[in-house]
Design a protein around this ligand. Structure first.
Ligand SMILES: *[C@@H]1O[C@H](CO)[C@@H](O)[C@H](O)[C@H]1NC(C)=O
Length: 205
């Protein structure tokens, strides 16, 4: 009798241990599935970027900010605007340095100046968009997003005009390649930012 009761207790003990282990391991495997947050974040960015016109550029430019973006469409759009602005500003700086350089023909200088003016407008439009997105309350969301969509579209038009100006024969080969490549990059970042803003807008209402 004593032995069967102790074997019963032993079985019961074993059962409790097994339950404890299985619940422990199920919680740890759940945690393990949820734990690699960076991967989850980059998945969100990858999925969102797949709807843009330049998904690879979108992903490489934004995945470095994954920990800040997490899975927020708003932060994704904001970050895309910030990345675009900083690229437009550095391109503008590069162009103004190049245009002051020696050896440029007058028509090259003038093409650079036209382009820099357009780029400078696009920097203003991107800056306004970032300010507006940061300051709007929920009550005037539609108004805010309409403004931002208008300004970012205008920035894209300015950048395209600028890069088209470089496609002609006013420029020598190396200058054309160096500058035009940068501007095209800014325009592609802007196009992607606009797509992510549109995506954020459509999720909101
Ligand atoms: C974008 O830039 C603004 C101004 O520099 C900054 O306040 C904001 O935190 C940035 N947003 C994101 C999502 O990085």
């Amino acid at each position: 009798m004593a032995s069967s009761s102790s074997s019963y207790n032993c079985d019961k003990f074993l059962l409790i241990v097994l339950l404890a282990i299985s619940s422990y391991s199920s919680t740890t495997s759940l945690a393990a599935r949820e734990y690699p947050i960076p991967r989850t974040n980059t998945e969100f960015i990858r999925t969102s970027c797949s709807t843009t016109t330049y998904p690879k550029l979108c992903y490489t430019s934004l995945s470095v900010h994954a920990s800040k973006i997490q899975s927020s469409p708003k932060l994704l759009a904001n970050t895309a605007l910030n990345v675009t602005l900083s690229s437009a500003k550095s391109t503008s700086t590069m162009m103004s340095q190049l245009s002051r350089g020696h050896g440029l023909k007058p028509r090259e200088v003038s093409a650079m100046r036209d382009c820099m003016e357009e780029l400078s407008d696009s920097v203003d439009e991107l800056r306004k968009s970032i300010d507006e997105m940061g300051s709007a309350g929920e009550s005037n969301f539609q108004l805010m997003i309409n403004d931002v969509q208008t300004w970012v579209s205008a920035a894209l038009t300015d950048e395209s005009t600028c890069s088209d100006g470089f496609a002609g024969n006013a420029m020598n080969g190396n200058l054309k390649i160096a500058v035009r490549g940068r501007i095209v990059n800014v325009a592609q970042l802007t196009s992607n930012a606009l797509a992510l803003i549109n995506n954020y807008a459509s999720l909101h209402d």
